[in-house]
Design a protein around this ligand. Structure first.
Ligand SMILES: Cc1ncc(COP(=O)(O)O)c(C=O)c1O
Length: 307
């Protein structure tokens, strides 16, 4: 794991909130997006111990699942290339097979050597069924299986390492939520005075049950108030915010996860949600590779793009 340990820490950037006309609290962002250009943010954390386990088991191939714009697919493809694994991506949507060149994420994964295997949305729903996995093994040979989104116990262990002594004095720890695996690691590694606040990237806060599988701690809350209607959905307000935030802070945000979280934090700050003089800490979980795909969709709809 020599390569990964080089990247083990990321800088913390203090945001000047006065340029957003916000006073009385502080916001710092942990730039996990800077860990690695493609295995960035929580992807690096989630893969670290899984790659180690695959190496220890002598596995030669990593297999995982994802949709057309999946950060996880891009990260597994890049990590496979870097660490000498064959990679197989089982992709939701048969129709995408003829559109690889139009899709930045899938083209990138392919350029890293990932074998892309497209299946129907219906078949994809079956991906956790043991029989489905056996069929994949019959087809492709043995592999180390990474679940969709990459969340498992080893991933949660890796995500615990996002927090350290450096972060112990923050009052709130904010994170975008998909499956809840990253947040589970943060909850586990937090101290009891800290409140972990999750911003769901999709409708619902069902991820709380996922977190409870990994830790008995309850110092957390998940909101879907800033999911903008659902997974991958955005509007002009969010695009403008992401562009404004980048202009003022030089920090890029992705439209699916981190953009929604920072939008939510700013809104809650303006509404006085946090106690005065609170020290707020947000995890930039990466995902910037998804901007190209989103911009393609925005252009097709004649909407402004993410700069
Ligand atoms: C950039 C980014 N942030 C946050 C998340 C959410 O992570 P989790 O699924 O662990 O909740 C993801 C999803 O995989 C992601 O790609």
């Amino acid at each position: 794991m020599e390569h990964f340990s080089i990247y083990n820490n990321s800088p913390i950037a203090k945001i000047d909130l006065s340029v957003f006309n916000i006073l009385g609290n502080s916001l710092s962002i942990k730039r996990e997006d800077m860990l690695h250009p493609f295995v960035s943010g929580n992807k690096f954390r989630k893969l670290k111990y899984n790659i180690q386990a695959a190496q220890e088991q002598g596995q030669k191939t990593l297999l995982t699942f994802g949709g057309a714009f999946s950060n996880h697919i891009a990260a597994v493809a890049a990590a496979g290339k870097e660490f000498g694994f064959e990679t197989i991506g089982v992709i939701r949507g048969e129709e995408l097979e003829v559109k690889i060149s139009e899709n930045a994420t899938l083209s990138f994964a392919k350029s890293c050597g990932m074998r892309l295997y497209f299946i129907s949305r219906e078949a994809y729903r079956d991906k956790d069924n043991p029989e489905f996995i056996i069929n994949l093994k019959n087809q492709f040979g043995d592999f180390y299986l990474l679940p969709e989104g990459g969340s498992n116990a080893l991933a949660v262990k890796g995500c615990e390492e996002i927090l350290s002594n450096e972060t112990a004095s923050f009052n709130y720890i904010c994170v975008p939520v998909g499956t809840g695996g990253t947040m589970a690691g943060l909850v586990k590694a937090s101290n009891k005075e800290q409140q972990i606040l999750g911003f769901s990237a999709l409708k619902g806060t069902f991820q709380a049950a996922e977190i409870a599988k990994y830790t008995p701690k309850t110092n957390f809350e998940i909101t879907d108030d800033y999911c903008f209607g659902g997974y991958g959905k955005i509007d002009i307000d969010l695009i403008r915010f992401i562009n404004e935030f980048r202009e003022k802070t030089k920090i890029s945000l992705d439209p699916v996860y981190t953009g929604k979280m920072i939008y939510g934090i700013m809104d809650l700050l303006k509404k006085g949600h946090f106690k005065e003089n609170s020290r707020i800490f947000a995890v930039h979980t990466g995902g910037l590779q998804g901007i190209a795909g989103m911009n393609q969709k925005l252009k097709n709809k004649n909407l402004p793009i993410i700069e």
